[in-house]
Design a protein around this ligand. Sequence first.
Ligand code: HSE
Length: 439
Amino acid sequence: MDKVNVGLIGFGTVGTGVVRVIKENAGIIKDRLGAELVIKRIADKDLTRDRGINLDEGVLTGDAREVIRDPDISIVIELVGGTGAARDFIMESLSAGKHVVTANKALLSMYGKDIFEKARKAGLDVGFEASVGGGIPIIKALREGLVANRIDSIYGIINGTSNYILSKMTNEGGKFEDVLRRAQEKGYAEADPSYDVEGTDTAHKLAILINLAYGTYIRLQDIYTEGITRISQLDIKFAREFGYRIKLLAIAKAVDGTVEARIHPTMVPATHPLATVDGVYNAIHLRGNAVGSVMFYGLGAGMMPTASAVVADLVDICRNLKQKTAGRIPPLSCTEDSVRDINIKDINSLEIPYYLRFLAIDKPGALSKISGVLGAHNISISSVIQKDRKIGGAVPLVIVTHNAVERELRSAIAEIEKLDIILDKVVYIRIEENLDAAN
Ligand code: HSE
């Protein structure tokens, strides 16, 4: 085998990166693989845009089926995105006996089971390293490097857009809306940013990580998902005073036979490595029961980092082709008959510390009314800050609690919001204190 023909569907930013990596690193790849990777056909709707790459005559087509049906192509790369045509292209490629490489987290988080089962029955591989963390090899780490471990916890900063906005708000100030607008002007955030800032993209990626870590197919609706749109400068500043940074964390934690699966703005100790992950960078912090804590850091998106992951999958599949094997590493790491449903912990049963911010009238007895309600719900206070003195006026009053049960916390907040000294909705942010603790 001196060359492997590959087909590409979707010649956008990442597709262009894939062709560039294969061309620019052709010698290195040949040395490591012992064969040449050849992009034989590329399909895209846009046949005219200049991508800065010279392609041979006849490589580019407007018809994805020409790629899928080409008998000389062994591997199809799907970089169309979305869950419509992309799903058809992958299923048809598998039906045509092609191995598949995809970066499509939305598709895998919703239809991974169908895709992986079809691939298994056909004796084909599906590579999806680029679906989580861009260039960070987290899929390979979970399926191979950490295969000996029980995964106790995963904390991920896995949406670059949200992390960029939160970092800018933390380091330079500004309101969420203004920082988002500037990010859009610079091209760091999409024109429709809701997918990123509402936590949807993070949920797709967390679903894939949970599936690998716990050998399951979690439903997206079972992941509690909150984005960053309600984070204010005031909370960022108070977080700093308490020694925390606010990050949008994707969290999976195995606790007493259940798995916590949640995404929300989280206060993390400013001294923890995750707190220092700024800008568009991603990081995934894992705790395995044998290895302890490990953290992966790198660019979670972009042309060349994502292409790095796609081409790594191509090389893996080609190495299997050379050995005339496939399916050596099951998609979820565990064998098919070990895949099982898991118990997802209800967010109401969560028991962690909370940050609470009240807009309260500054008068004697205000704090005792609030603490009275908290006490009645078994919520113990760890510290309190009231910054300004505005007798008879409204001031922010901030409380950090010890571990509290979320159900009780929500009930207490509902009661507190009815008090005559409270002038606005109560803000609460979850705190993760011991990210390195063994379960
Ligand atoms: N939109 C994603 C992010 C990149 O902002 O991280 C693609 O997964």
